[in-house]
Design a protein around this ligand. Structure first.
Ligand SMILES: Cc1cc2nc3c(=O)[nH]c(=O)nc-3n(C[C@H](O)[C@H](O)[C@H](O)COP(=O)(O)OP(=O)(O)OC[C@H]3O[C@@H](n4cnc5c(N)ncnc54)[C@H](O)[C@@H]3O)c2cc1C
Length: 402
């Protein structure tokens, strides 16, 4: 079909991929983001592999040799800090912030609108209109929902899918390299490290420093610690701030109660390898994210397409959310370029990408089963725990091809 006008809701990685691929196919595209200021300060590590760089190149970005921090391979540490497993597996680690800067730098400011929170959608045979909280509207031929796992677009137009809590949370810390004690630095900085306390998993790896700084001494260490919080009262408590307000689904890092953080730090000192516990000890603002998964029955409806986390969220052990968003965007743009009309293009997009989304969700559930608990039989427990070994986590975490 001929290129038309596209409205992309959400200006994070998925939205930027959508904008870049649609623009490449000649679509007149604008991105609308609800945040009031640039998103660049959200920090967390992203494991990379060739497919991610391939989709970034396909979006039209030039190849860059300074992709991130290289590690030699994977190691597993026990609670005493002994290396109990290793895997020769060189990889490059980057950060959300570095990827965002890369994609955002390729997108024109005049087509990226901050402070535009979508609150409603109107649609007829010929057009779709986004209505924003500030009363403004934008009309196009296609609306792409790249507004994340709590998607407002999905809420307006696809009423039958909600994120499902997995029963555990990810504590996250991002620590300047210079803050790490020398022994922790020596134990950790060259590898993708794992530690496997009972029912839990810790991962850690180096990433670029602020402003994609790759100079030794200026990088950062990224840690994720998956801890069970299956009981609804436990999650409720974690999400309750000092004022007694309980946040729904997630809590801003600055509002996590000090006693919750203190308990987490104490537990780290007791149960994690000393080098990983040191990362938690020096982290200035550790925060947690409850782990959710999401599957939609259909990625498209009328003139609306869901993309990235708005459509499918796999537990993070798969480590493929960003590349999935990029591949969704590429498939959508290709379908629009090759099909005769919007209906046929969106049907093709759903047929191309829904199986990959479902596969990733299933994979995340399989890898994370031992962390969630709640088994009804010994056999379920046994099968879930087959993935809770050094060999399994090192061979299976953060891989696109499975
Ligand atoms: C603990 C953890 C670790 C992870 N590790 C990895 C990893 O190693 N590798 C990897 O590939 N992925 C990883 N992921 C997943 C990855 O972060 C996501 O899959 C990816 O960021 C998806 O991006 P998105 O653009 O679809 O959604 P989001 O990044 O959630 O962006 C949605 C955007 O939409 C905006 N928005 C929301 N509502 C509205 C509205 N109403 N109007 C306008 N704008 C709106 C939001 O402000 C936001 O900017 C991890 C996730 C977690 C939780």
């Amino acid at each position: 079909m001929n290129p038309g006008r596209a409205l992309v809701i959400g200006g994070s990685l998925g939205g930027l991929f959508a904008g870049l691929f649609l623009r490449k196919m000649g679509w007149d595209t604008e991105i609308f983001e609800r945040a009031t200021e640039t998103l660049a300060s959200r920090g967390a590590g992203i494991v990379t592999y060739p497919e991610l760089w391939n989709v970034i190149a396909a979006a039209g970005l030039p190849a860059d040799d300074n992709k991130g921090v290289d590690v030699l391979g994977r190691i597993t540490l026990d609670g005493a800090g002994r290396v109990v497993g290793s895997l020769d597996f060189p990889q490059t680690m980057t950060s959300w912030e570095s990827l965002f800067a890369l994609l955002r730098g390729a997108w024109p400011d005049q087509r990226y609108h901050l402070c535009r929170e979508l609150v409603d959608i109107q649609e007829d045979r010929d057009a779709v209109t986004a209505i924003f909280a500030d009363g403004t509207k934008a009309t196009g031929d296609l609306l792409v929902a790249a507004d994340g796992f709590r998607s407002a677009v999905r809420g307006c137009r696809f009423d039958n899918a909600r994120p499902l809590y997995a029963g555990y949370v990810a504590w996250r810390a991002l620590v300047p390299e210079a803050d790490l004690p020398a022994d922790a630095h020596a134990a950790l900085f060259d590898h993708f490290a794992f530690c496997l306390p009972e029912d839990e998993q810790v991962i850690g790896y180096p990433v670029a420093g602020e402003g994609h700084d790759l100079r030794p001494g200026h990088r950062r260490y990224n840690l994720g610690w998956y801890r069970r919080a299956r009981d609804p009262d436990q999650l409720f408590d974690l999400l309750t701030d000092n004022s007694g307000f309980t946040h729904s689904m997630s809590i801003p890092p600055t509002l996590i109660r000090p006693d919750i953080i203190a308990e987490m730090r104490d537990r780290a000192a007791y149960s994690l390898a000393p080098a990983l516990a040191a990362v938690i000890r020096v982290a200035r603002m550790p925060f947690f994210q409850p782990i959710y998964e999401l599957e939609v029955p259909k990625m498209v409806k009328g003139r609306v397409a869901l993309l990235g986390d708005a459509a499918y969220v796999a537990r993070p052990h798969v480590g493929a959310g960003v590349v999935k968003a990029g591949l969704d965007a590429e498939a959508l743009a290709t379908a629009l370029a090759t099909q005769p009309d919007i209906d046929a293009a969106l049907d093709q997009y759903h047929a191309d990408r829904a199986p990959a989304g479902r596969r990733m969700v299933a994979r995340g559930r399989y890898l994370g089963a031992y962390m969630q608990g709640g088994w009804t039989t010994d056999e379920e427990w046994r099968v879930a725990n087959l993935r809770h070994t050094a060999e399994a986590v090192m061979a299976e975490t953060g891989l696109l091809n499975f």
